[in-house]
Every structure is written in structure tokens, then in C-alpha cells.
Ligand binder design. Structure first.
Ligand SMILES: [Zn+2]
Ligand SMILES: [Zn+2]
Length: 274
């Protein structure tokens, strides 16, 4: 599946509009409700914007081929009885299943990215932000992004919840849009506590603990459903907020270095946080 130049130009235009809207929404909110800290260097803020562009375009360019392959493989592997049963479900039930199965896939992709050294070397970049802000969401290595997206997509295709059997529905696309939009919110520098809602859905407090330096970095893997962390024993959400954010895994100073280093043979083994 090839992306045409026109489609690419539209995608770039769309992501510029999204950036303007996100900035207009989150900058004032973070100023009013966020933790105070020294202004971040201009170079770092500019790099956040570059990562935003990269992470918005990577799925378009790099995910289309594996997704098309996945669709073909699933067409041969998934029993017709299963796709027929899925098609017979009401749309609301299918969307709920897509959401749940995609979330469980993402949870394990994310957890393995912490536990397996060869995945942590790509995922460590996402944990390198020392101050939370909405754009920390997109500070992600392309390989990390592809791996976690595929962990979410593979079970959807294998259970007949995505692919040809879902023609005419936009549930998988909807999942991505909702997940991405929620991602900006939970990374934002917003010191809000949401009471009983914190049982239901991930919040800035929930995900900020996932970005805390060292102590609770291996908690709260879910992107939207904290119940998965309760189920799999990785939930942590005290009343207070983390004192520090970031990781001890070193990152290159330059953008090129941050992107290339994880692809090169390791000088020393990348150690996942314990
Ligand atoms: Zn993580
Ligand atoms: Zn994060």
C-alpha cells in the first residue's frame, strides 16, 4: 500500500492544524494547573515539535505495509465462523471489543518494552522527559511506536475484529484517534485528580507515575484502562505526585543520535529499569 504525495501533503496539513489546536488548548491549561518549573530550553521545546511531526508521520509511512500484510495473513488464518460471529455482533459491542482487545495488546507491548532490554533501548527515549507536558506524548522512537502499535493491532486482526470482516466500520481507526488524543491529555502538566473517574480511565496522575524517575516506572502501563494494571498487578496511584521524572538510561544530545543509537550495536547492554 503506497501513500501518494497528495495524501502525504494532506496528512502534513492535518497534523499542523492539530498542533495549533493542541497548543491553544494545553498551553494555557498547563500554565494555570501545572507544576511550576524552570522554563525548558528552546532547543528542547523545538525538539518536541520535531518528535510530534515524526511520530505523526511514522505510522502513515511505516505501518501501512505491515498492516496490509497482517490483513492478508489474517484472512487465511481466521476461521470464517469467527468473522461471521463478529459481524453478527451489534456495532457498539464490536467497538467495545476492539477497544478492550487493542488495549490489552498495547498493555503487553508496553510492559515488554520495559522488561526486554532490546525493546527498552527504543522505549527509553519516551521516558527521557524530565518535565511532563502534552508533547511528551510524542517523544517516541519510531521502532517503539511500530512495536506497540502492532501489539495492539495483531490481536484485533487475529480475532476478526479488524480487516476485511470490519469493512464499512471505522472502529480500529477510531481506536487510534481516541487513544492518541487521550495520550496528549495524560502526559500534560495538569495536576488534576479526577476522583472516582480514576478507577475507570487513565489520568495525568496515573501516567505521570509511569514517568517517575526510577521508583515506579514499571507501573501503570495501560494507555486508557487502569483496570488492566489492577488485573496484571502493576497498578500504583497514591494521593501525591512524583517528585522527579525521567530515566537513568542515557540519551544522545542530538536528535539524530537519539534516533540512531538504539539501532546500533550496544556499547553496553541497555538495562531496563528495575
Ligand atoms: Zn513506558
Ligand atoms: Zn508516556
Amino acid at each position: 500500500m503506497q501513500l501518494s504525495l497528495n495524501e502525504f501533503a494532506v496528512a502534513v496539513f492535518r497534523l499542523c492544524i492539530w498542533l495549533v489546536l493542541l497548543t491553544a488548548l494545553f498551553i494555557p491549561l498547563e500554565r494555570w494547573f501545572g507544576a511550576r518549573h524552570a522554563p525548558r530550553p528552546r532547543r528542547e521545546r523545538l525538539r518536541d515539535v520535531v518528535y510530534y511531526v515524526i511520530s505523526s508521520l511514522v505510522p502513515l509511512v511505516l505501518l501501512s505495509a505491515p498492516t496490509a500484510l497482517l490483513a492478508v495473513v489474517a484472512q487465511h488464518l481466521v476461521p470464517t465462523a469467527l468473522t461471521t460471529a463478529v459481524q453478527a455482533l451489534p456495532v457498539a459491542a464490536r467497538v467495545a471489543l476492539v477497544f478492550l482487545v487493542g488495549e490489552i495488546g498495547f498493555y503487553w507491548g508496553h510492559r515488554l518494552s520495559h522488561e526486554l532490554p532490546w525493546l527498552w533501548r527504543f522505549h527509553a527515549l519516551h521516558h527521557s522527559s524530565e518535565h511532563m507536558n502534552f508533547l511528551a506524548n510524542t517523544r517516541t522512537h519510531p521502532v517503539d511506536m511500530i512495536v506497540t502499535r502492532l501489539f495492539g493491532l495483531v490481536p484485533l486482526y487475529l480475532l476478526g475484529l479488524a480487516g476485511p470482516s470490519m469493512a464499512g466500520t471505522s472502529a480500529p481507526a477510531l481506536l487510534l484517534v481516541v487513544g492518541t488524543a487521550w495520550g496528549f491529555f495524560i502526559h500534560a502538566n495538569l495536576r488534576w485528580r479526577l476522583g472516582p473517574l480514576e478507577w475507570l480511565v487513565s489520568t495525568p496522575a496515573f501516567h505521570h507515575w509511569h514517568h517517575s524517575r526510577n521508583d515506579h516506572i514499571n507501573r501503570n502501563y495501560a494507555s486508557t484502562l487502569p483496570v488492566l494494571d489492577r488485573l496484571f498487578g502493576s497498578h500504583y496511584l497514591p494521593r501525591h505526585w512524583p517528585a522527579e521524572y525521567g530515566t537513568d538510561t542515557p540519551q544522545a544530545d542530538t536528535l539524530g543520535g537519539q534516533l540512531l543509537d538504539p539501532l546500533l550495536p550496544a556499547k553496553k547492554a541497555a538495562t531496563p529499569p528495575v
